[in-house]
Design a binder for this molecule. Structure first.
Ligand code: UD1
Ligand code: CA
Length: 527
């Protein structure tokens, strides 16, 4: 670089601000959604450069928004909270230089600091690259920019260097000569420099170029003549912008690979290519992840936990040593240490399983707290429920928590035993060590230690199966002589009905289809 010692007024305490350019439309996305709102591993694209800038201590971070400004601003508010990101509107996109110029007043308070310029659609930029960029500016007070060498440089601004290799300017594709277009090194569009340099240089920009825009790239030649320019080279994949959905998918695969390789230092991935681990996730030592596992949002996986194939966890905490068998889904939930869950369990928001809880296949929970060591192993719905410790919830237990208008709570206290196929009509409380007989519909509170039972008495009809069989056989015989078996093609009218249809007869009070005699009932009991 060209080094001008007189200009080097920055030091390790100089404040850093960032401008993130995100006003463009992103036509090639062919979307009704602004390009920077398309998501990469669960976050809008624009969040990536902003997070990076914030992690480097940049303050303020100014986003230049235009296309769908309200929607983008709302997304930033949702992600970073009020006041974290300053927004400047660029109603008409008159070029990158114009965008930076509009942002400068938002940095008016920082006289002697540095400004980082980032793009909202370049999400894979590495922290190390920016650290080098900022470090260079701190040391030399120059303008620093990121360059790369893509397989095909078409469309990008080319880096112009003098015979000694110093950067002297950037020429845009549309303004470049034949020779300049042959240059392989491109401008990534990411810069850092003294704030006062940007302020002055962007005021001096004109539109005398092929696109009639204010080019931010024109400040490079200006810096080369004054404060000096330094280039930081980066891998093209790290700096390439997202312009269409194919690039979005490629970027997601790249980021996924990066994140998963990082975790592989202490986490076993059965298939790192298929596991999706979003950037906000944390995973403890010796955890194991199966194929097609998806860990999203603020999910935390404890030490030694095992998350088997196909599990999808969103904002969910999994305790140490817990085991999730294949295809469990959990959202906004907590799974205690040592718990065993699934396969095919569904924990909806507000599910909290204590330590060593067992939740089996086809069990759905919602806003339900389950105490230590309790089990619900098969086919249940537990909603708005508080379950104590060491409770056994039998197969097919359903909390009837909704009357069509309101939700009601169910409480099951420590040590209770809920028999299979029980309905608990909420609001209801099952006392400590109470026993609910299988098939019971519980409509009122059950005292501690009591048995609750509600069943319709059993009726046995001996010989019933044979009688039905005979009746159908007789009907078949009288229907179309010579034909074997029941008439399959005959119309409903043509086929004579059995004298008595079992279902209709069974309903009739006056003429029971089968009489239950004392004698046959006994015979039935013996068999
Ligand atoms: C720009 C650079 C080019 C570089 C390329 C890298 C200029 C003149 N050219 O190209 O040297 O190789 O980036 O991708 O700077 N934006 C605004 N307001 C505007 C214009 C753009 O906010 O008025 C934003 C866009 O939303 C985008 C970024 O700036 O995030 C870059 O704009 P884009 O049009 O993609 O870049 P080019 O100008 O083609
Ligand atoms: Ca029942």
């Amino acid at each position: 670089m060209l080094y001008f010692p007189a200009m080097a007024t920055l030091n390790s305490k100089s404040p850093l601000a960032a401008i993130v350019l995100a006003a463009g439309k992103g036509t090639r996305m062919r979307s009704s959604r602004a390009k920077v709102l398309h998501e990469l591993l669960g976050r809008p694209l624009v969040c990536y450069p902003i997070e990076l800038a914030r992690s480097l201590g940049a303050e303020p971070v100014v986003a230049v928004l235009g296309h769908q400004r309200e929607a983008v601003e709302a997304a930033l508010l949702a992600r970073f909270g009020a006041g974290a990101v300053a927004v400047v509107e660029q109603a008409e996109q008159r070029g990158t230089g114009h965008a930076v110029r509009l942002a400068m007043p938002a940095l008016a308070k920082m006289e002697d600091g540095m400004v980082l310029v980032l793009y909202g659609d370049v999400p894979l930029l590495r922290r190390e690259t920016l650290e080098e960029l900022v470090g260079t500016v701190r040391r030399y007070g120059c303008l620093a920019l990121v360059t790369a060498t893509p397989p095909d440089a078409t469309g990008y601004g080319r880096i112009l260097r003098d015979e000694r290799g110093h950067v002297i300017g950037v020429v845009e594709q549309k303004d470049a000569s034949e020779d300049e277009r042959a240059i392989a090194e491109i401008n990534a569009g990411i810069y850092c420099g003294p704030a006062d340099f940007f302020r002055e240089a962007t005021l001096g920009l004109g539109t005398g170029n092929a696109q009639g825009e204010y080019y931010l790239t024109d400040v490079v030649a200006r810096a080369a003549r004054s404060i000096g320019v330094s280039a930081v080279e980066a891998a093209f994949v790290d700096v390439c912008g997202i312009n269409d959905r194919q690039q979005l998918a490629e970027a997601e695969a790249t980021l996924r690979g990066r994140i998963n390789r990082g975790w592989q230092a202490h986490v076993t991935f059965r298939d790192p290519a298929s596991a999706v681990v979003e950037p906000g996730v944390e995973i403890g030592v010796d955890a194991e992840l199966g194929c097609n596992v998806s860990l999203r949002g603020r999910t935390r996986i404890g030490h030694g936990a095992r998350i088997d194939d196909g599990c999808i966890l969103i904002n969910t905490e999994v305790g140490a040593g817990a085991q999730l068998k294949p295809y469990c889904i959990a959202t906004d939930s907590v799974i205690g240490p040592g718990a065993i869950v699934g396969p095919f369990a569904h924990m909806r928001p507000g599910s909290q399983l204590g330590p060593d809880v067992h939740l089996g296949n086809f069990v759905e929970t919602k806003k339900t707290v389950i105490g230590r060591g309790s089990k619900a192993n098969h086919l249940s719905y537990l909603g708005d429920t508080v379950i104590g410790e060491k409770v056994n919830v039998g197969a097919g237990t359903i909390t009837c928590n909704y009357d069509g208008y309101k939700k009601f709570p169910t409480v099951i206290e420590d040590g209770a035993f809920i028999g299979s196929d029980t309905q608990l009509i909420a609001p209801v409380r099952i006392g400590k060590r109470a026993v609910i007989g299988a098939g019971t519909t519980v409509t009122r509170d059950v005292p501690d230690g009591a048995l609750a039972l509600s069943r319709v008495g059993q009726i046995d009809k001996p010989g019933y199966a044979d009688k039905v069989k005979e009746r159908y056989a007789a009907a078949a015989a009288s229907n179309g002589a010579g034909k074997a078996g029941p008439a399959k093609t005959a119309s409903a009218k043509a086929a004579p009905k059995p004298a008595k249809r079992p279902a209709a007869a069974a309903k009739s009070k006056s003429k029971p289809a089968v009489k239950v005699s004392a004698k046959s009932a006994k015979a039935n009991r013996r068999s």
